[in-house]
Design a protein. Sequence first.
Length: 194
Amino acid sequence: MNFETVIKTTYLDIPVEDYFDGVCYKCGSELLKIRSNYKRVIPDLGAPREKRFIHIKINYFKCESYGRSFSLKHPDYPPKSEYSPLIIIYALERYYRDNISGKKIANVLKNSHNVDISIDTVNSWIKRYSKKYLASIESEKTLKNPESIKVVTIDGTFTSTSRDVIGKKKLVALLSVTREKSGTYLITWSEKKI
């Protein structure tokens, strides 16, 4: 086992071809000429001894048939984003799922993931993206076919959702799914001695 403490820096290169189909977004022409290009460097979520960056190649094109110039925008990395979306999602998950403060999130990102970020930036993400993030985790909680669930595993412990709970006389967690009149499903968690 190697216990080196040297931090290695890695780069993920994203070429233009990964997010551009080669046609003018205004007129659909393939007669394009590259005017200029550059690479954006965006910090990504690293690992304990690895600092990661993303290189995104950006080209400015001139459409020969339309006569206008345009630049490309990567769908996952907006033009003025300074950090990878993975870092923002990580910060929001730690804030909402683990109930950790912005200051602690910034410290964990720096010490465990090699991402140097200010507390103010983390707090601004929480203010800016909370509504959208909370809506996304609410949709995760919605079950598509709850009536088909027979056994649920939580933290590696199997729990039966049917009537015949097998086990010894000890505290057992029970999970039940009930369909309400409105069509939504209610998940109930209880602990019971059996």
